[in-house]
Write a protein of this length. Structure first.
Length: 95
């Protein structure tokens, strides 16, 4: 999956324009039907090759909203993120 936007998302749109691969959609296009933004796991590259950290998390004003999730086979994943951090859905940015 790469990164995941949790249900504490406030739908502010700060993340959408920051995604270099356009992997994020708003609540209207969320395929799960949830009222929060959504990251397409088959598009997310965790900003590998673009930024030092996922740009969506840097832009997000809601602490803990964007978390690490499982890698998708064949997609870039940050090698410095442990399987434990992904399994525990650790926030990408921790203040």
């Amino acid at each position: 999956m790469a990164v995941l936007i949790t249900d504490i998302c406030i739908n502010c749109a700060a993340c959408i324009d920051e995604c270099p691969v356009e992997a994020i959609v708003d609540e209207d296009d969320n395929p799960t039907g949830e009222d929060c933004y959504y990251v397409y796991p088959d598009k997310c590259v965790e900003c590998v090759g673009y930024h030092d950290t996922p740009a969506c998390a840097e832009a997000c004003p809601t602490e803990g909203c964007i978390v690490w999730a499982d890698c998708v086979e064949g997609m870039p994943c940050r090698e410095d993120i442990s399987e434990e951090a992904r399994a525990n859905r650790t926030p990408v940015i921790e203040d």
